[in-house]
Design a protein around this ligand. Structure first.
Ligand code: ADP
Length: 225
């Protein structure tokens, strides 16, 4: 994914002022910076929730503006801080990532997201009903189910916006390790986080302040901006 001199405003209020960076395939790119600096906006523009006012955003070299939003969205799995689970079984909640996923695919995704152990402890296993959007699962379990859903979807790009936001530091590390292992299969992972420790796990750290890139560091190289 490449951003070239991207400008964007919400209702005339400028939010991004000339953002350029590359999130490479097979790498974790962390977007860091203060709250309100524009990180989420960057990820939403990449998935074309909105279009940039000017500049260019490409996915695999193709201008995202030329791709129908529904088609574009098939390229992304999105893991947000506030995961939405539906009043359905665990199996169906994971299968939502890709409607054609077989039960085997769902189980494999759950295993990769380290959900299988807690699912097996549920009385009804994969048939356990998720109540009221998730009142019978913990925050960490919800997050892992969301990741299992993303893995089942097998998308080229994963957008994770504060995926560890509500979790204690031990659970946060676990989630990061899972994200790291899933991206080894070649996905592009954009990770939005305010947690500097978690950002250190990325291959590249892009620092945004006030809608501008103020730092862009690759692991093992000197900082440049
Ligand atoms: P971050 O992810 O770094 O916290 P955001 O991209 O969410 O930053 O927000 C950047 C700025 O855009 C903030 O000032 C925020 O209030 C504003 N903003 C975000 N989403 C909207 C929206 N849907 N409508 C209007 N303003 C928004």
């Amino acid at each position: 994914i490449e951003f070239k001199d991207v400008h964007f405003s919400y209702n005339e209020e400028p939010v991004l002022a000339g953002v350029s960076f590359v999130a490479k395939q097979g790498e974790i790119t962390a977007l860091v910076g203060p709250s309100g600096s524009g990180k989420s906006t960057v990820s939403k523009l990449a998935a074309r929730f909105w279009d940039a006012d000017s500049g260019l955003i490409t996915l695999g070299g193709i201008d995202v503006k030329t791709v129908e939003p529904e088609v574009l969205l098939k390229n992304y799995a999105i893991v947000f801080q506030n995961v939405t689970l539906f009043d359905e079984s665990v199996m169906e909640n994971i299968r939502l990532g890709r409607s054609g996923a077989s039960d085997e695919d769902v189980r494999a995704a759950a295993k990769a997201a380290q959900c299988d152990e807690f699912i097996d402890r549920f009385e009804d296993g994969y048939n356990t009903y998720i109540e009221q959007g998730g009142s019978n699962v913990s925050g960490g379990q919800k997050q892992r189910l969301a990741i299992a859903r993303a893995i089942a979807a097998k998308p080229p790009v994963i957008l994770a916006d504060e995926p560890t936001g509500n979790l204690d530091s031990a659970s946060s590390r676990e989630i990061m390790e899972i994200l790291k292992s899933m991206h080894r299969s070649g996905e592009t992972l954009i990770l939005i986080t305010h947690d500097r420790d978690i950002a250190q796990l990325a291959d590249r750290i892009v620092h945004i302040e006030d809608g501008k890139i103020v730092g862009d560091t690759r692991k093992g190289s000197d900082s440049y901006a």
